[in-house]
Design a protein around this ligand. Structure first.
Ligand code: BG6
Ligand code: MG
Length: 215
């Protein structure tokens, strides 16, 4: 029986992927690296440091830890500036309906995100009060595709993986959730339609009444 829902944040609750892309593109330009939208696809769900390492590899560049930390800070400052006006209007379609339906059904809710900015973003969206737990990139040792972030979220809700549905838009996230034994809904990314249990183009198309019994 499904008792809890765990949401990835970026690309599931809110469309921040584009801002991550623009921020990494600015960093890449300074380094004379050609960073494309397709590259950005590979960085969905990937931690900040792993994303930087991916980009440096694209440009066959190697930097020491201090130089990398400077680039990470610079990227995050650009990113935070670009999302400064983020608010309720940016919540993706279908999300709020599922959250209120879940509350009606007395289900527990959590966020499981690789982002170290997750708590700040959930706050900006004015959704914090709805979640029992927001587990983010500052709280895990291993990032997606390791299941740690989702297992921690389930633990905070006192639920087993099999009692939860995870919503994910990234390949690394779907793999993580499957590894952790969760029921997985792949969202809005045709490339991951076959690796989750269910695929929806948008959360608008997800019927919680139906899937609460389906799993
Ligand atoms: C994930 C995003 O949710 O968080 C990635 O999909 C991002 O694109 C990662 O790199 C880390 O985010 P942040 O906010 O800690 O830099
Ligand atoms: Mg995501």
């Amino acid at each position: 029986m499904i008792k809890g829902l765990i949401f990835d944040l970026d690309g599931v609750i809110v469309d921040t992927a584009h801002y991550h892309y623009l921020s990494w593109r600015e960093i890449s330009r300074d380094l004379n690296i050609d960073f494309t939208v397709k590259d950005n696809e590979n960085l969905k769900g990937v931690s900040r440091i792993d994303s930087l390492n991916y980009i440096l590899k694209l440009g066959s560049l190697s930097f020491n830890t201090e130089e990398k930390n400077n680039l990470l800070d610079k990227k995050n400052n650009i990113y935070k500036h670009s999302i400064s006006t983020l608010g309720k209007k940016n919540i993706l379609k279908g999300v709020e309906k599922i959250l209120s339906k879940a509350k009606e059904k007395k289900m527990l809710l959590a966020v499981g995100s690789s982002s170290k900015n997750a708590k700040m973003i959930v706050e900006k969206l004015n959704l914090t009060h709805l979640f029992q737990a927001v587990v983010d990139g500052t709280m895990v040792k291993k990032t997606k595709p390791d299941p740690e972030v989702f297992l921690k979220a389930a633990k905070k809700m006192n639920l087993k993986s099999s009692e939860c549905i995870v919503f994910e838009d990234a390949e690394s996230g779907v793999i993580a959730a499957k590894k952790g034994g969760f029921n997985v809904v792949s969202v809005g990314n045709i490339n991951i339609r076959n690796i989750g249990d269910v695929y929806v183009e948008s959360l608008e198309d997800f019927n919680l009444d139906y899937y609460a019994k389906y799993f």
